[in-house]
Design a protein around this ligand. Structure first.
Ligand SMILES: [Zn+2]
Length: 241
């Protein structure tokens, strides 16, 4: 993952034009393939600056972003502004788990767009996505419509099988007790999640899988793009406050 953090100094005379151009710049950047996180906000400590935080899946995605920006209205407007940026992760290889988690993050964004807690999940079998879902209990009037359940249902329909042996479930946030139960019933082989859920997480935070009345065990991998997955949650809840 490539991250960028820093400041951009906005000349007084350009303040208004910059704020206007920024809206489009943020929307276009967040829609770019491989953009995991993008935020440009006024710096409370320095009124002449905006603070910038970016995360991209890969160096290629980061480079594609930079070349798009260079040729954009935002790039033209801000090309002479002073910037102090620190970039890291340019040499980090991208794992298959990170690539799938990026897709799960895009699903989480669909949840927050309709006012649901931003959790996204997908099911992968033999390198193919066979199910996807985002959290939707409120809009669906369905207490079971967590991202994992929605994705498992779609995968099981796709396979015409209530068991999903060999399948991998990716989810942005640690699954709850209900979802852990469903994952055991589905006989998935592996569960990969991003950030822990300290209150309701039932895999690591409050492990329940050993108490389940079956012999099925799945491999658990945590921490894939965890910062970005966690930021989605904290952003969502800070907006609601
Ligand atoms: Zn759940």
């Amino acid at each position: 993952m490539v991250t960028l953090e820093g400041k951009i100094r906005v000349p007084q005379a350009q303040r208004e034009a910059t704020a206007e151009a920024l809206v489009e710049h943020v929307a276009l950047t967040r829609a770019e393939a491989g953009c995991l996180f993008f935020e440009v906000v006024p710096d409370p400590a320095d009124p002449e600056c905006f603070s910038v935080r970016e995360a991209f899946l890969s160096p290629d995605a980061f480079a594609a972003h930079q070349s798009r920006v260079a040729n954009s209205a935002w790039g033209a407007l801000t090309k002479d502004y002073q910037r102090q940026y620190e970039v890291s992760g340019l040499d980090d290889p991208v794992s298959e788990d990170e690539t799938w988690m990026t897709k799960a993050l895009a699903l989480a964004d669909l949840a927050s767009a309709v006012g649901e807690v931003p959790v996204g999940a997908l099911v992968v079998l033999d390198g193919q996505m066979i199910g996807q879902g985002f959290n939707q209990p409120i809009t669906g009037c369905d207490p079971t419509a967590h991202a994992e359940i929605v994705a498992l249902r779609q995968a099981a329909q796709m396979q015409s099988n209530y068991r999903l042996p060999g399948a991998v479930l990716y989810v942005t946030i640690e699954p709850c007790l209900m979802c852990v139960g469903a994952l055991v019933h589905a006989r998935v082989a592996r569960v990969v999640f991003g950030a822990r859920e300290p209150k309701a997480g039932a895999l690591i935070s409050h492990p329940k899988v050993d108490n389940h009345s079956t012999n099925h065990r799945f491999e658990i991998v945590e921490g894939v793009l965890s910062d970005v997955c966690g930021q989605r949650m904290s952003q969502f809840f800070s907006k609601r406050r």
